[in-house]
Design a protein around this ligand. Structure first.
Ligand code: NAD
Length: 331
């Protein structure tokens, strides 16, 4: 089975090849992102693999289907970049990797809270230039905080488990509460309550129409002054210009993001010699109380191995006509 792998990075090629050893899968590793222009590169490939910032909308799926693609898998837990309805119409089966390592993202989330809350990044920078002054580095202790976890699926649940070791008060909100979280946190009845009572608010809901710009001016208005926001889920959960205004007015005291609404044209590539034309993103980088990472929360050896093994399993199931264990849920 010939499989075009879009948007491949050096760190994942050997892991995918190892997972496919001894199988009939032949990978064609491609550097470009999948979009309407690059879809032609997949012609003659029955399988296509994509990642978070590839685009599998109706136009792209139509082109892939015309070129002979019958199976498309995203090497990610989120699948908001795929038009599932169009895939069904064009006869392209879909797979994803629902739980390659919730721990990877959960641990990174805690890392962001501790880094920003204790100014570890700033302390590191100062010491590197022989500045041992501690002025401005006073932090907070998690045991004094109320942490709100929005979305207690796989990742949110791991975040709650990790937080429970710090002695903080944990509030949670999810449309479908789960038992593990009930033992460690207090569910609130509405999202608004979570916004209102949290000192730290971390987002773990998927991006979908009901969560687009979940954190907008109205939501920010409900929050405590100086709230600490963390988004390791999807960029468009935040109305970023509204958050920038809230940082300027100090409504938001800290912001840590691993994802950004317009990240597709920036993340996963080296733009250090380019002029950044996205003024909102550039403004974010000027705040001392903001940390931005480039969608790296997932990136652990454990996660890469699981992504590769799950994806190869899905390809093999498709090739042998078996039902796909990790099929993307129907729209
Ligand atoms: P999941 O499907 O296990 O959990 C999502 C939870 O959100 C579910 O419990 C669901 O009931 C809840 N939910 C959905 N809509 C809601 C709403 N409107 N209000 C409240 N709760 C709602 O997903 P997961 O594996 O925990 O992943 C969460 C998200 O994390 C993914 O969708 C993906 O976008 C993101 N993610 C980011 C990275 C990264 O590297 N930064 C890596 C993996 C996943």
């Amino acid at each position: 089975m010939k499989v075009a792998v879009f948007n491949t990075k050096r760190y994942e090629r050997p892991v995918l090849e190892k997972a496919a050893e001894g199988s009939l899968i032949v990978f064609n590793f491609l550097e470009p992102r999948l979009d309407a222009q690059t879809a032609a590169l997949a012609a003659g490939h029955e399988g296509v693999l994509i990642f978070v910032n590839d685009l599998a909308d109706r136009a792209v799926l139509e082109k892939l289907s015309a070129g002979g693609t019958r199976f498309l898998a995203t090497r990610s837990a989120g699948f908001n970049q795929i038009d599932r309805e169009a895939a069904r119409e064009f006869g392209v089966s879909l797979a994803y990797v629902p739980a390659y390592s919730p721990n990877a993202v959960a641990e990174f989330t805690i890392g962001l809270i501790l880094t920003l809350g204790r100014h570890i990044h700033e302390g590191h920078n100062r010491v590197r230039r022989a500045d041992f002054n501690l002025e401005g580095l006073c932090g907070f202790e998690l045991r004094d905080m109320t942490v709100g976890v929005c979305g207690t699926g796989r990742i949110g649940t791991e975040v709650v488990k990790l937080l429970s070791g710090f002695g903080c008060k944990i509030l949670a909100y999810d449309d479908e509460p789960n038992e593990t979280v009930t033992l460690l946190a207090s569910y609130v009845d509405t999202r608004e309550e979570l916004f209102r009572y949290s000192d730290i608010l971390t987002l773990h809901v998927p991006l979908q129409p009901s969560t687009f710009h979940l954190i907008d001016q109205t939501a920010l208005g409900m929050m405590k002054d100086g709230v600490f926001l963390i988004n390791t889920s999807r960029g468009a959960l935040l109305d970023t210009p509204a958050v920038v205004e809230a940082l300027k007015s100090r409504k938001v005291g800290f912001l840590a993001i691993d994802v950004y609404e317009e990240e597709a044209s920036l993340f996963f590539e080296d733009h250090s010699s380019d002029i950044i034309s996205d003024d909102t993103f550039a403004r974010l980088l000027t705040f001392p109380n903001v940390i931005v990472t480039g969608h790296q929360a997932f990136l652990t050896q454990h996660a890469l191995r699981n992504i590769a093994e799950t994806t190869v399993q899905s390809l093999q199931e498709f090739a042998s006509g078996m039902p796909c264990t990790y099929a993307v849920p129907a729209p």
